[in-house]
Design a binder for this molecule. Structure first.
Ligand code: ADP
Ligand code: MG
Length: 350
């Protein structure tokens, strides 16, 4: 009798213990789910626009795929609007007119910014090099690289039809007029601007979205990885494709690189590429690449191009560009690295 009872008692104890265990299990998992939110998953959208491969990596509670499509459409809208090779673009309209052209607000603001950047970089960034870029054959991105070096006479002649002083921007009437056959090329700013627009539109849809948008190596961060971690971005070794020379860690802001390895041809020992020194009309010498971190992609894009042009004066670039809003890593012609103190902060994993 006693034996039977004790057996039953043991059974009951086991059941109670099991219930107890299950209870603890449920309790614990509830606590864990409260404190450890599952990390967001990222949706990746790649496509060709802005004359390059673009990558959108985004996570949004409002729908990552839909948001990535909205962002891509915005990049493409800007590409079509400002592409000098698109006969329907606003740039084509301005470039083919000798009279005043009325501007929409977006175009006016972008042109105004481009001209101001031209001023603060002492003309190193020059949005009026359309004729020079066409002479060298770097205007048609869909076609093969050019192979012919223009004569010095041709270059001298074409430089008479370049220069920000030949652009009249009428603030009051919101219109522009180009003089002396000058033509605009916003290739050194449009990508950055498009990335900033991508950021703005993404935040309008979901202010909490995270991820980044990349256009041909230029990046605008939408928000930290998993809401708190930095994105790790490799800075390409200019002479070794698929190899990083350093890494930077960004939770916000933007980074852009101008390099002599993207679009170029080689004659003899000389590499002729697509970033021009507006003073000489020849591809700028002194750097293999210039990378700039800034709050906004427009600033990073412009300053990387301007820094590339000013590269022979690299001390000025690394010291003074932070005052213009950009931290610089400049890789000179010998492959030596020069950086702003503020740039090295981004190279430290946090
Ligand atoms: P990428 O477009 O390869 O990232 P950049 O941002 O430096 O490189 O932009 C280069 C483009 O800018 C060129 O293809 C040309 O359209 C334009 N460009 C070339 N030289 C200059 C310059 N000195 N100032 C402004 N724009 C330039
Ligand atoms: Mg650039």
């Amino acid at each position: 009798m006693w034996k039977k009872d004790s057996k039953n008692l043991l059974k009951i104890n086991r059941v109670v213990f099991l219930i107890f265990l299950v209870g603890i299990g449920i309790g614990l998992s509830l606590v864990i789910s409260i404190f450890v939110r599952t990390p967001p998953s990222y949706y990746e959208h790649t496509g060709f626009t802005l004359g390059t491969y673009c990558r959108i990596v985004v996570s949004s509670k409002k729908g990552s795929k839909t948001l990535s499509e909205i962002i891509f459409n915005e990049l493409d809208r800007i590409y079509k609007k400002f592409d000098p090779n698109n006969p329907n673009s606003v740039i084509s309209k301005i470039n083919t007119s000798t009279d005043w052209v009325d501007l929409d607000e977006e175009t006016f603001v972008l042109l105004d910014a481009a001209l101001k950047f031209s001023q603060i970089t002492d003309g190193a960034f020059d949005p009026t090099l359309g004729n020079l870029i066409r002479l060298w054959g770097f205007d048609r991105i869909s076609e093969k690289m050019p192979t012919k070096i223009p004569s010095s006479n041709e270059i001298e002649e074409i430089l008479r039809h370049c220069g920000a002083d030949k652009v009249e921007l009428d603030n009051r009437m919101r219109r522009v007029r180009l003089k002396d056959g000058v033509t605009l090329d916003l290739g050194g700013i449009a990508k950055g601007y498009a990335l900033d627009r991508a950021y703005q539109i993404a935040k309008e849809v979901d202010s909490n979205c995270t991820g980044f948008v990349e256009a041909g190596g230029d990046i605008r961060i939408l928000g930290p990885k998993f809401g708190s971690r930095p994105w790790v971005i490799g800075v390409r070794d200019p002479r070794k494709a698929d190899s990083a020379i350093t890494y930077i860690y960004l939770k916000d802001g933007a980074v852009a690189t101008s390099g002599d390895y993207e679009r170029y041809f080689i004659v003899g020992d000389i590499r002729y590429h697509h970033i021009f020194d507006p003073r000489t009309g020849y591809p700028a010498v002194g750097a293999q690449s210039v990378t700039v971190v800034a709050r906004e992609a427009t600033t990073a894009d412009v300053l990387s191009t301007a820094g590339f042009v000013m590269a022979p004066d690299w001390e000025y670039v690394v010291l003074e560009y932070p005052r213009l809003g950009g931290s610089v890593l400049l890789i000179d012609q010998e492959g030596k690295l020069h950086r702003s103190t503020s740039f090295s902060i981004y190279e430290q994993a946090k």
